[in-house]
Design a protein around this ligand. Sequence first.
Ligand code: SPV
Ligand code: MG
Length: 431
Amino acid sequence: MKTVYTCFCTDVIHAGHLNIIEEAHKRGKVIVGCLSDEALIRYNKFPTVSLEERMRLYRGIDGVEEVVIQNDMMYDDVIENIRPDIVVHGDNWKEGPEKAIRDHVASLLAVTGGELVDIPYTYDEEVKKIDLQLREKLSMPEFRRRRLRQLIKMTPVVKVMEAHSGLTGLIVEKTVVEHEERLDQFDAMWVSSLCDSTAKGKPDIELVDMTSRFRTIDDIMEVTTKPIIFDGDTGGLTEHFVYTVRSLERMGVSAVIIEDKKGLKKNSLFGTEVEQTQATAEEFCAKIEAGKNARLTDDFMIIARIESLILEKGMEDALSRASSYVAAGADGIMIHSRRKEPDEIIEFCDRFREYDKDTPIVVVPSSFNTITEQELASHGVNIVIYANQLTRAAFPAMQKTAEDILRYHRAKEVDDRLMPIKNIITLIDEL
Ligand code: SPV
Ligand code: MG
């Protein structure tokens, strides 16, 4: 009897999966691998049920002999341990980023003498409907809101990319790359005050009002499912902040980050070149406490952002504020720096982690951009935010195109670097 292995990464069984099991069963004894939560999220498939529930679901399928956990999206461990005679999979992995996984499995099987069988992938109306229902569930406020806390537990580092419109939200939602035999994608979105203001042609000084900022969130939420971290600037007056917390929480936003500045806030990357005033620790703690009291669920996070390094108030000030903010109820600490080197961020994280092992640490490596996510995680960082790169990428491309059309009095010269018309009209999926 041959051993046939297939890996599932689904929360719902439909006709396509049953077909794969049937085809596998014809060839021998079927072992199903259940992809772990951590591997699933790198695969752009956030689990809506637990690993145990998924295993139970797969065990219940006729023809399945055994279910095992597959911890890595690449099959090295399972192929070494199980040594299947045959691996079956839907033929949809022959193209796109998943092709790298297929190629890797083929190379492993070439060594063990196993066979790879691609089963025609079923994508009929019923399967499409199930896919849509899953997306629907993932985009619901309750589900989306708690996903950030879940991610912090599930992955060594939560990767967050800036979004300021439906389109940029879609880029963060859908971009998956294969690099060095790994698939990767962003986990969450950052609604940056800098980029939201810039997109509206306004300075980053809390000028764009909350109603407009909520509208941006709504545009993003309409077309995505990933969790959102909102840049709440200073949080405004405490009396206003409590309303902001309620609104964000109700919308399904996962976290608000507020910074310990007061008065006319300017962007942190100006540092001490402009006048900016830091609130006292007591004032800021009172705002955190008020926000925590206004919150209705434990899922929603209020993260305190410390501006001491930006304003050159020193490491001791930053660390002492971190302790006070955590004691006031902050669900996370964001530490910011505008130095090119990551040394002060690393020092802060190492020293903070000496006495606080749990409170999530958030960083925004815009200036100190040489350090990798993995290195940051090794110093205790939980969330890495790429706060403005999409805006900074788009702006020069648009400006250069505008200049060249003016220069040449026609659009031919710029056409080579533009997305083809056919692609732009099919960029957005229709329901
Ligand atoms: C933002 O993206 O608006 C931020 C991060 O607050 S920074 O611009 O670096 O201050
Ligand atoms: Mg900001």
